[in-house]
Write a protein that binds this ligand. Sequence first.
Ligand code: NI
Length: 172
Amino acid sequence: MSKLSIIIHPDPRLKKVASPITNITDRIKQLSADMLEAMYEASGVGLAAPQVGITKRLVVMDCSNEGEKKELILINPEIVWSSEENVSFEEGCLSIPDVREEISRPMSVQVQFIGIDNTRREEIFDGLWATCIQHEIDHLNGKLFIDYLGPMKRSSITRKMIKLKKQLNRKK
Ligand code: NI
């Protein structure tokens, strides 16, 4: 089992704006490795540090096809360009289990970030990778994908999650 547990919505820790990482310490390296482990274990394609209770601008993701494995660690990621064209994907979130909703976002984005080897990088993401990185950067800004939905739908999902959390607490 992974050392990290993933926070379920609603939780004030998922609403905070995360702070930039100034130093890539051994602790940050260990955290990235642990986050990747937790993400794969939960069969997710992306995970942001605030989801494990760390309010830092760190994201891990892997949107490759099954069996390929192409893990990516992004420190202080920032979108520097978005395409005008949007695309809709059915999104899910490890902090909102078993909920999937169609969300429309720019089809491609250009992202600047620092790699775990402390190099400055810039990459263009398309398709699922583009959706995923935008979803994860939202987490760093205290935003969830359900925030793009109407208030009725959003509060019904939140009620469902409150119920789920009660059930999970009972099992402990
Ligand atoms: Ni998420």
